[in-house]
Design a binder for this molecule. Structure first.
Ligand code: FES
Length: 123
């Protein structure tokens, strides 16, 4: 329980992000080409993947059995992300499943890159 005597030292809760707001994720250089990393921001669970200099953000929950796609492998030539659990792949541009057993798309999030800073647009 917070001590009322220290009320001035308790930090404010972060403002909830509104739709259309941008929330910074990382620097582009934090992500190696061909890699994927998970971010939990603004109530979103995001798998951020890098292919060459391009970045892609999709929901980090496989639509088959809710497994983290950020544990999977980036297929650079196909621009797909493979689920490590059963092997479905998802198109990083559209979120569409490209192979079974997943049959439902995952969400795709818009990114804003400003210099080296990468942010996601809250849907
Ligand atoms: S949990 Fe991803 S393909 Fe089954």
């Amino acid at each position: 329980m917070a001590d009322p005597a220290n009320a001035d030292t308790v930090p404010d809760a972060p403002e909830p992000a509104s739709p259309g707001a941008t929330v910074r994720l990382c620097r582009r250089s934090d992500l190696e080409p061909g890699s994927v990393r998970r971010f939990d921001v603004a109530g979103l669970r995001i798998a951020l993947a890098r292919i060459g200099d391009e970045l892609f953000a999709v929901g980090d929950r496989c639509s088959h059995e809710d497994f983290p796609l950020s544990d999977g492998e980036v297929w650079a030539e196909e621009c797909e992300l493979e689920c490590a659990k059963h092997g479905s792949t998802f198109d990083l541009r559209t979120g569409a499943p490209c192979s079974l057993p997943a049959t439902t798309p995952v969400p795709v999030y818009q990114l804003v890159v400003d210099g080296d800073d990468v942010s996601v647009v809250v849907p």
